[in-house]
Design a protein around this ligand. Structure first.
Ligand SMILES: [Zn+2]
Ligand SMILES: [Zn+2]
Length: 270
């Protein structure tokens, strides 16, 4: 069984055939789908999907591309939305210095404010970081050390299992950066990029193993080989699991079990 830990199912791309897409996911063994918002509007849409479908969960937050729209009142609304019972994280939030769609100082401010919301709400975060890994790690480290109690009372408490604080999704950092994240209670997650030819993340994966990772599609983007360039959908998370099984000389089911149990622990779903 598999969990697609990151799929934007609210986009227009699925307007005409969402039912078929979800049925294919179920047939492929995808138990749950986590849908991160990118704006206030799409955070609300993620919640609507989570209300309609039992197995879908929502995250709410402003993507770094949208940071310039994250007014004070919009961020208050994000915090309000986070009280919904199907909201499992604040996300996706972070820094994107590749596109710079919002000025960097605003991205940094909005990222920090949203981590503070997560800390107040004791929720995990879903982080997007592109060409900004050192800055993202530094900010997260500062805030974790300022609030070491964040997520200490998560579902991991008392069970001997780790209390995860978040995930860095579609993470392209080095093995050393992954280890720094693991030590702060974070997971990393990989989409279809692992199937791309000569993908540099494969070497990182070989060094870090699969104990602290999740898998995702990042639908509708990043469709795995052989569907590269097409609209992606949650059933394709199995292609990510198959590739990782090959990398680690194990079965897709073993990858599915570990990554699903990580996702359940992180998001508090069962
Ligand atoms: Zn992202
Ligand atoms: Zn995303």
């Amino acid at each position: 069984m598999y969990i697609d830990s990151h799929a934007h199912m609210f986009y227009e791309d699925y307007r005409d055939d969402l039912g078929d897409v979800l049925r294919r996911a179920e047939e492929a063994g995808v138990l749950n789908i986590v849908v991160p918002g990118t704006t206030l509007a799409t955070s609300r849409e993620a919640i609507v999907l989570a209300e309609r479908y039992n197995h879908i969960y929502a995250c709410v937050g402003f993507h770094p591309h949208e940071a310039s729209h994250a007014t004070e009142s919009a961020l208050r609304e994000v915090e309000e939305l986070s009280r919904h019972p199907k909201v499992v994280a604040i996300g996706e939030i972070g820094l994107d210095f590749h596109y710079d769609f919002s000025p960097r100082d605003q991205q940094l401010r909005v990222f920090e404010e949203q981590i503070r919301i997560a800390i107040r709400r004791n929720l995990p975060i879903v982080v997007h970081t592109r060409e900004s890994i050192p800055e993202s790690l530094a900010l997260v480290r500062t805030l974790v050390s300022g609030d070491p109690g964040w997520r200490k009372s998560s579902p991991g408490e008392g069970t001997g299992l780790p209390a995860y604080r978040g995930v860095f999704h579609c993470f392209t950092g080095t093995a050393e950066e992954c280890r720094q994240l693991f030590s702060m209670g974070f997971l990393v997650s990989y989409p279809g990029i692992v199937t791309f030819k000569n993908s540099p993340v494969l070497e990182t994966l070989r060094q870090i193993g699969f104990e602290n990772i999740m898998i995702e599609t990042d639908s509708p983007y990043l469709a795995p080989v052989p569907l590269r360039g097409k609209r992606n959908e949650p059933s394709n998370v199995i292609l990510v699991a198959r590739k990782l099984a090959e990398v680690f000389s194990t079965t897709p089911e073993a990858i599915g079990n570990t990554t699903s149990s990580n996702a359940k622990m992180l998001f508090g779903i069962n």
